[in-house]
Design a protein around this ligand. Structure first.
Ligand code: GRF
Length: 194
């Protein structure tokens, strides 16, 4: 299976996904693309030998469809079977999602359906939750809402700040996403819970 990964920043989840696709893994990374040409994850992908592309969404001044049309060019040229959003911070139109429906995954730093959207860690702390975590789901036109493929739980500690909780959740993401991708690439969609 051919996997393309979309990032917006450091790409730590992308790095773990690329690192996991070795040996008898049923998938290979064919492209890492970003909406930000400055995303440091692009250099990390190149250093691992993965082709990269960047389409600056700021060049399309809010014309979301035009940005996505530009992004689709290198993306479709790579002929991916699976598209992984990993720290990708742009909302995609239903039209774009439909191009990849059923084979586009996203990782979200909360235990969905709790806390879709942004600032998930601050919201969990604010609510007095005792646990937090990450979710990998299939992407559908509704933001952070598709069928769940896996979740990883972490404890919330009394002294936690959004920063300390984010760090703990990120390490859980790095375990969860590769585990889910390996199964998904093998055709297994039954959810896992770590
Ligand atoms: C992190 O907040 C992570 O929780 C979320 O996207 C952000 C950046 O992740 N999934 P990455 O390091 O770019 O993968």
């Amino acid at each position: 299976r051919r996997v393309a990964i979309l990032i917006s920043g450091g790409g730590s989840n992308m790095v773990e996904l690329v690192r996991s696709m070795t040996g008898d893994h049923p998938a290979r990374p064919v492209l890492v693309a970003s909406n930000d040409p400055q995303a440091t994850g692009l250099a990390r992908a190149a250093a691992m030998g993965v082709p990269t592309a960047a389409v600056d969404h700021r060049a399309f001044k809010g014309d979301r469809a035009a940005f996505e049309a530009a992004l689709l060019e290198p993306l479709l040229a790579a002929q991916p079977d699976i598209l992984c959003l990993a720290g990708f911070m742009r909302i995609l139109t239903p039209g774009f999602v439909q191009c990849f429906e059923g084979r586009m995954l996203n990782i979200h730093p909360s235990l969905l359906p709790k806390y879709p959207g942004l600032h998930t860690h601050a919201r969990a702390l604010e609510a007095g939750d005792t646990e937090a975590g990450a979710t990998v789901h299939l992407v559908t036109p509704v933001l952070d809402d598709g069928p769940i493929l896996g979740q990883a739980r972490v404890p919330i500690r009394p002294e936690d700040t959004p920063k300390t909780l984010a760090a703990r959740v990120l390490t859980a993401e790095h375990r969860l996403y590769p585990a889910v991708l390996r199964r998904f690439a093998a055709g297994i969609t039954q959810r896992i819970d770590l």
